[in-house]
Each structure stands twice: as structure tokens, then as C-alpha cells.
Write a protein that binds this ligand. Structure first.
Ligand code: ARG
Length: 288
């Protein structure tokens, strides 16, 4: 962000702490838009693979610069959406629920990510029901917010609750532009979120209002530039800087928004969160 902002000392706003993260990412060397499984994807529109890689590299260096760890999985030729690592699995307390994709074009990504986790010593649970990993499963402090409506099967929510051992809250998406939960809602800190209400059914909006009365509500403009496809480490929030209303709201809550440009990946309907799978290892000494 270029505009000078008041410091915590001058504004009196709260200073938030960073929790260092471990992320898994996949280089977009094979990225392209060759099929269309969401309204953003137009195979006729040209992509620029070198620019996609440069934008993705910038995201990776931002994470490293903020003190986070970034693991890499080898990209597989013929899987142009594999860069969207968030869809590869859901990992909580060292337990991995493998992804099982809705569309055949992405089916082979599930086993590719599961193999990476097995090779790195994780216990991997193969999924019975369709689920697109952290695209639809967002972990908060106490629960898992779970999307359905376009990709992840509602029955997977029960499976995730059992495998990952944390209560799951079902949220139903209704706008095809926001087909994964992580395009309509972002977790900022333990129980702090931001979301775009119109992306959800009336019932799910009610649930969100009850659980998170203080949530930041995004405007349609924020959502349309993928402002909710954001990654927070508790203090820094990486998101497209075009989401100006969200950027202002985040500053006023004591977060530090950092603008990222992933315009190439947006041609496939993805941005920073889609490129980032959080590996949540078991914290030694923490209770069950
Ligand atoms: N083209 C991909 C798809 O439609 C984009 C996935 C974006 N990932 C995400 N976590 N929202 O599946």
C-alpha cells in the first residue's frame, strides 16, 4: 500500500501479533485456462505464463519476508489449476483430509497433493465425498467454516468434522462467481472474519451474523476483485489492493493490509488464498 497511514502509536489502534505459518504452494509453470468450470474462466482469452510465475513468486517472497515458511509441491504437466494449492487438502493438527474434486479436469490434483503429504510423513485420510480442500474449508480458532453449493458436497462436512475433530458450520453459497467459500469469506484471526453477505443464502447469512456480529462486511466491489481471497497471519492481510473498502476497514481494525497482484491467476478465478494451503501441524504440548 502506498498511502501513508497513521501508526498504532498515533491512532491508538490495537497492535496485532503475527502467528508464523507454514504454507504449501505450487508454481504456476503449467498454468493456463484451457477449460471453464467457473464464470471467470474464458479459454479464448490469452494467458501469460511468465507473468503468472512472476506474480506468484512475488506472493511467495512476501510470505518469506514476513517470516513464514513456504513448502513447494512439484507442478504436474497437464494440471493447469494445480497452482491453486488451497484446493489440494485440508490440514488440521497434522491430520490431512485429502481433496476429491468435483470436475474431472482437476481430479488428478487430489492424489498429487495426498502423495506430497504422505511423503512428508502425514496421516492422510482419503475422502469419501467431494471436497475441494481449503477452497471450501476455512479453519477459525474453534471451528471449521464449510462451504457448499457449487463444489464441496454437503455430506463431506460431516466427514470433515469426524476426520479433523472440530465442529463444522455449513455455509451455502449462491452466487456462481463466488463458487468456493474462500472467494466469499476470509478468516482474519481466531474468530474474526470478513465476508460478502450476498454470496450466501439467507439462512447462512443469519448463521454468520450470529456467530460473528463484528465481522467486516465486504461490498460487491470488494468481492468482485477477489478481495475476500485473502491470507491473514493474524496481523498482515494479503489481498488485491483494488479491494479499497476492505483495505480501509482492515487498517481501522489494526490489521496491516498488503496489496498483491495476481491478475493472471484471476483469469482462472483465483488469487492469493487459492494459491496457499496452510499446513497446520500439531502443536506439541497443546491439548487435543
Ligand atoms: N480454476 C479453478 C477452479 O475453478 C480455480 C480454483 C480457485 N481456488 C480457490 N481456492 N478458490 O477450480
Amino acid at each position: 500500500m502506498s498511502a501513508p497511514r497513521p501508526t498504532a502509536a498515533t491512532s491508538g489502534r490495537r497492535v496485532r501479533g503475527v502467528r508464523p505459518r507454514r504454507y504449501l504452494m505450487c508454481s504456476p509453470v503449467h498454468f493456463d485456462v484451457v477449460y471453464s468450470i467457473n464464470p471467470w474462466m474464458e479459454p479464448a482469452k490469452p494467458t501469460d505464463p511468465a507473468l503468472a510465475v512472476a506474480q506468484w513468486e512475488r506472493l511467495r517472497s512476501l510470505y518469506l519476508g514476513l517470516g513464514h515458511q513456504v513448502e513447494l509441491i512439484d507442478p504436474v504437466p497437464g494440471l493447469p489449476d494445480m497452482v491453486f494449492a488451497a484446493n489440494g487438502a485440508t490440514v488440521l493438527d497434522g491430520t490431512v483430509l485429502a481433496a476429491r474434486f468435483r470436475h474431472p479436469q482437476r481430479a488428478d490434483e487430489g492424489p498429487a497433493y495426498a502423495d506430497w503429504f504422505r511423503a512428508h510423513g502425514y496421516e492422510v485420510h482419503d475422502a469419501v465425498h467431494i471436497n475441494e480442500g481449503e477452497g471450501d474449508y476455512l479453519v477459525t480458532g474453534d471451528r471449521i467454516l464449510a462451504g457448499t453449493g457449487f463444489r464441496t458436497d454437503r455430506r463431506s462436512h460431516t466427514e470433515a468434522e469426524r476426520v479433523l475433530g472440530r465442529p463444522v458450520v455449513t455455509l451455502e453459497l449462491v452466487d456462481p462467481r463466488f463458487y468456493h467459500l474462500d472467494t466469499a469469506l476470509a478468516v482474519l484471526d481466531h474468530e474474526e472474519i470478513m465476508y460478502y453477505p450476498a454470496a450466501f443464502t439467507a439462512d447462512s447469512r443469519r448463521t454468520l451474523r450470529e456467530l460473528y456480529p463484528d465481522a467486516i462486511e465486504a461490498t460487491e466491489d470488494d468481492a468482485a476483485v477477489f478481495g475476500l481471497n485473502a491470507v491473514s497471519d493474524g496481523r498482515h492481510v494479503l489481498l488485491p489492493e483494488q479491494a479499497t473498502h476492505l483495505v480501509d476497514r482492515l487498517w481501522s481494525r489494526g490489521f496491516v493490509p498488503i496489496g498483491v497482484d495476481l491478475s493472471e491467476l484471476l483469469k482462472s478465478g483465483g488469487s492469493s488464498k487459492c494459491c496457499t494451503l496452510e499446513i497446520r501441524d500439531r502443536v506439541p504440548g497443546a491439548g487435543a
